[in-house]
Design a binder for this molecule. Structure first.
Ligand code: PLP
Ligand code: COI
Length: 364
């Protein structure tokens, strides 16, 4: 569907970059998704021509025709990844090749043009290089990178677009959940579902997130930070959360997490943690986990810890599960397994420990 790109990025630096003092002020407590870096990567796809005109531009609004198909039929996919500042100040990426591959799979599911992996990685690296000053200090956070692709053909017929824009933007990211919150409270969604078998649950497409928003709203109204979705056919099995995967630590020292069967995202953090856990000798089971069994395991003490994991959330302990019928309290503290996995992952991501897996990349 696409041809490899030969052209190098044309770089147009922003003329009036903000002062170092202003940037440092913004980077002290950036929160998540509001403090954006100053550039963006843009590459255009035209059927018959392939990917062309790769550019690094000052970050700016997009010009879109009101009939652009993304605005009507949601042909859109995205990725989430981060740049970390190493102890020597160097920008590091964590498994960016895995994001590039997942982006290709998402594109395939949404009948979109495929972004060649080298082009994906080049766009991300060029943006991180030009905006490296926007990576916060490690004690504050990271630079969250958001590659995405939209269908831009001006056509109201329902069909795969013949034109796309692949764009990468970035924002400074502190903690996704407020630091003072401690373990988060999660709403178990018993009515709406996020994904069904044969649907788009495995793809990282905007529509999945739009479908999760009423549940997220309900969660908020009930004092919860996030939502846990159940399977679409039986409402029996836990799947994943609105924006992260879920893992349980049991009293026999094992980890238990739902399997990847087409309805949940293949989380790169999930995969990294399971790999690290296995290398530490922990037993990892990727098996269906019924919500009623999970409640029973909380009550009996078999379930010791429960955590959410994802690029934005990193590893976040879950303290309480809540439903319309009541609460299931796991713990008000972060458990030892959760803390040690988070530490091992972050040490690797921030370049503080030897990378035994070949996961950490420099931007060149
Ligand atoms: N599940 C959903 C629905 C997500 O949005 C995310 C975040 O990207 C994840 C899981 C975790 O994936 P990853 O660890 O690759 O960020
Ligand atoms: C990410 O972790 O990258 C996501 O896309 C999830 C979202 C909650 C920000």
């Amino acid at each position: 569907m696409s041809q490899p790109i030969k052209t190098a990025f044309t770089i147009t630096p922003k003329a009036d970059r903000i002062s170092a003092a202003e940037r440092e002020e913004l980077l002290k407590a950036p929160g998540f998704g509001r403090v954006f870096s100053e550039h963006m990567a843009v590459v255009t796809y035209t059927e018959g021509k392939g990917w062309h005109t790769p550019e690094i531009l000052p970050r700016q609004p997009l010009q879109l025709d009101p009939a652009a198909s993304v605005l009507h039929y949601a042909q859109e996919i995205f990725e989430g990844m981060k740049a970390y500042r190493s102890p020597t100040g160097e920008p590091l990426l964590f498994r960016p090749d895995a994001n590039a591959r997942r982006f290709r799979r998402s594109a395939e599911r949404m009948a979109m043009a495929q972004v060649p992996e080298e082009l994906f990685l080049d766009a991300v690296k060029q943006l991180v290089k030009i905006d490296a000053d926007w990576i916060p200090a490690p004690e504050v956070g990271t630079l969250y990178i958001r590659p995405f692709m939209i269908a831009t053909e001006v056509a109201l017929g329902v069909k795969p677009s013949a034109e796309y824009k692949f764009i990468v933007i970035a924002c400074a990211a502190g903690d996704y959940f407020s630091k003072d919150a401690g373990p988060v409270t999660v709403w178990v969604e018993e009515n709406t579902v996020r994904a069904s078998r044969g649907g788009t649950g495995e793809a990282k497409c905007g529509g999945n997130y739009a479908a999760s928003l009423t549940a997220q709203q309900e969660a908020k109204e009930n004092g919860c930070h996030q939502v846990l979705f159940l399977d679409a056919s039986e409402r029996k099995w836990i799947e994943e959360m609105g924006g992260m995967n879920i893992v349980a630590a049991l009293d026999d020292g094992s980890l238990l997490t739902p399997p990847l069967k087409g309805t949940i995202l293949h989380g790169i953090t999930r995969d990294s943690l399971l790999t690290l856990a296995r290398s530490q000798g922990l037993t990892v089971r990727e098996e269906p986990y019924a919500i009623d069994q999970l409640y029973a395991d909380i009550a009996s003490g078999r379930l010791r810890e429960l955590f959410a994991c994802g690029t934005a959330a990193v590893v976040t302990p879950i303290g309480t599960l809540k439903t319309s019928k009541g609460e299931h309290v796991i713990s008000k503290e972060t458990g030892a397994v959760t803390a040690s996995l988070r530490q091992a992952l972050c040490d690797m991501q921030f370049g503080r420990t030897h990378d035994t897996q070949g996961w950490v990349h420099t931007v060149g």
